[in-house]
Design a protein around this ligand. Structure first.
Ligand SMILES: Nc1ncnc2c1ncn2[C@@H]1O[C@H](COP(=O)(O)OP(=O)(O)OP(=O)(O)O)[C@@H](O)[C@H]1O
Length: 266
């Protein structure tokens, strides 16, 4: 297992928000964390990257390739973030600073986490842009000049630029229309095949679980109520909550739109 979360709890001064959660993600696996809004999925994923808000306390152990992450100092964690564990978020606009070009974002990520000279950084950044189907000329554009789908592609390119072993993708299609969202996930699946990285995929969309995940865990009010292989859970859910969530998923059987290759993004 590349990631093992063991008995992790997250609390504020008022209450326990995530309660004694354990799960593990295998190398190169697409693992989905599913649950309704407010169930604690994002906080759990933020705990992995030491990104929890300061008012929250975390207990338990999180092992990444055998290294216990929660006990690392912020400085020690720097060598993990970006290079080994990377994130993509739902709020792609918030991931970019409005007055800096796309290229400057790539460059800064390299400077913070890599050791390349300026010319190599530019070349690597353009290569990364092209690897997600974006044109080189976007390098000098500002975030507002790109569509949501293009920005999320750029987020994927940045996140994968240093070949992390684990990518944490938190509701990355929620702010996109369904065609752009579909294309982003197809891109992510392609990049996963190319790079072999594991993905912790946070979602409430069962169509995405059915299409991409191999295993999943279902979270409810801070606890994992059920986890296991995708087919077992989708076809034979054991927990009442999982059954209700699957039944409530409106168009699960219709799958996702296909044959969208010709659809323009902007
Ligand atoms: N800094 C904080 N202090 C106190 N409570 C918080 C804090 N951040 C989040 N919460 C609460 O913790 C709960 C879990 O939040 P979290 O964002 O992890 O849920 P989620 O399952 O990811 O939901 P969503 O899909 O809406 O993002 C929510 O009730 C939220 O209001």
């Amino acid at each position: 297992m590349i990631l093992s979360i063991e008995q992790v709890s997250i609390s504020s001064s008022k209450k326990k928000i995530v309660d004694n959660v354990s799960l593990s993600v295998g190398e190169g696996e697409w693992f989905a964390l599913v649950g309704q809004s407010g169930s604690g999925k994002s906080l759990l994923s933020q705990a992995i990257g030491q990104m929890l808000p300061a008012n929250l306390k975390v207990e338990g152990k999180i092992y990444f390739k055998g290294l216990e992450l929660l006990s690392l100092t912020k400085k020690q964690f720097q060598s993990i973030r970006g290079k080994k564990v990377a994130y993509i978020f739902q709020d792609y606009q918030g991931s970019f600073t409005p007055f800096r070009t796309i290229g400057q974002h790539f460059d800064e990520y390299h400077r913070t986490h890599g050791e390349l000279d300026a010319k190599s950084r530019r070349l690597e950044s353009i290569h990364a842009l092209e690897s997600v189907g974006l044109d080189e000329n976007l390098y000098d554009k500002y975030p507002f000049q790109l569509s949501g789908g293009q920005l999320q592609r750029a987020s994927i390119a940045i996140a994968l630029m240093l070949s992390p072993d684990l990518l944490i993708a938190d509701e990355i299609t929620t702010a996109l229309d369904s065609v752009s969202g579909h294309r982003i996930l197809e891109l992510l699946a392609k990049k996963q095949r190319e790079t072999g990285c594991a993905i912790l995929f946070i979602t409430h969309d069962w169509r995405h679980v059915r299409r991409y995940a191999s295993r999943l865990a279902v979270m409810r009010e801070g606890e994992i109520v059920e986890s296991g292989g995708k087919h077992r859970i989708l076809d034979h859910p054991k927990h009442e909550y999982t059954k209700r969530l699957i039944e409530a998923a409106p168009i699960l059987d219709q799958g996702l739109p296909s044959g969208l290759e010709e659809v323009e993004e902007r």
